[in-house]
Design a protein around this ligand. Structure first.
Ligand code: GLP
Length: 241
């Protein structure tokens, strides 16, 4: 694991953007695994800026998002499809048909999960998977527990996660109770993983993920099994390492 801690927000964001643009320079058809949440927004802004300057192109890339809420209309501002369109896809030279987010409104969500995995199996593996970290150590929406699920699956969100995400909704009651998420095995199949974490409130989760025992109680700790993980932290997130 290569762990970098940054004092400066600009450097944090630029380092992540440089990794992605270097990959796309080497392989313009590289497949990117993308994430939502507030953490990658700065990185997406930087990639938009670099795309405008002609420093990186997404014209030939394909993207696969980690997760999506179940039951939010696709055009709901907090759906992860809407988030990705607004925060990245609408502003870069990507072919929107090459962007994939699980369909949280599929008539049969279990079938949607199988289809998502089949697509990843057929067209993957993902070359670089971007990840954020939940306060409870979740990655995607893989919540801590006695066991974890390998493939894409429907998950019931824990109260801690719903509370953390309530800031984006009018009230806690409006936060969906379920989501579709790639499983940990799917995530670990990526050739490279780029984990971004910001904020002192995540310091404990970072410590457990990177230095604690590998356990289903902290899904991100499974990243310790992956041979190619880059971790970018701000000072707060890295403060307990
Ligand atoms: C959500 C997403 C995760 C993300 C996490 C952290 O739960 N499903 O993929 O990593 O939020 O979000 P934030 O970056 O806003 O703290």
């Amino acid at each position: 694991m290569n762990i970098f801690t940054f004092k400066d927000e600009e450097q944090f964001v630029q380092t992540g953007a440089n990794l992605i643009s270097a990959l796309l320079h080497t392989n313009p058809r590289a497949k990117l695994g993308l994430a939502t949440g507030s953490t990658p927004i700065g990185l997406y802004n930087k990639l938009i800026e670099m795309n405008r300057q002609g420093l990186v192109s997404f014209a030939q890339t394909t993207t696969y998002n980690l997760d999506e809420y179940v039951g939010l209309p696709e055009n709901h501002p907090e759906s992860y499809r809407a988030f990705m369109n607004e925060k990245l896809f609408n502003h870069v030279d990507i072919n929107i048909e090459n962007t994939h987010v699980p369909n949280g409104n599929a008539a049969d969500p279990e079938e949607e999960c199988r289809n998502y995995d089949n697509m990843l199996e057929q067209f993957g593996p993902v070359d670089l998977q971007l990840l954020g970290l939940g306060h409870n150590g979740h990655i995607g929406f893989n919540e801590p527990g006695e066991s974890l699920n390998g493939g894409t699956h429907v998950v019931e969100l824990q109260e801690k996660t719903r509370n953390a995400n309530a800031r984006f909704f009018p009230s806690l009651d409006d936060v969906p109770t379920h989501a579709i998420t790639m499983g940990v095995a799917t995530i670990l199949k990526a050739r490279q993983i780029l984990l971004l974490v910001r904020g002192e409130d995540k310091a404990e989760a970072v410590k457990r993920a990177l230095k604690g025992p590998i356990t289903t109680d902290c899904p991100a700790s499974l990243l310790q099994c992956h041979p190619n993980v880059v971790v970018l932290l701000d000072q707060g997130a890295g403060s307990l390492l």
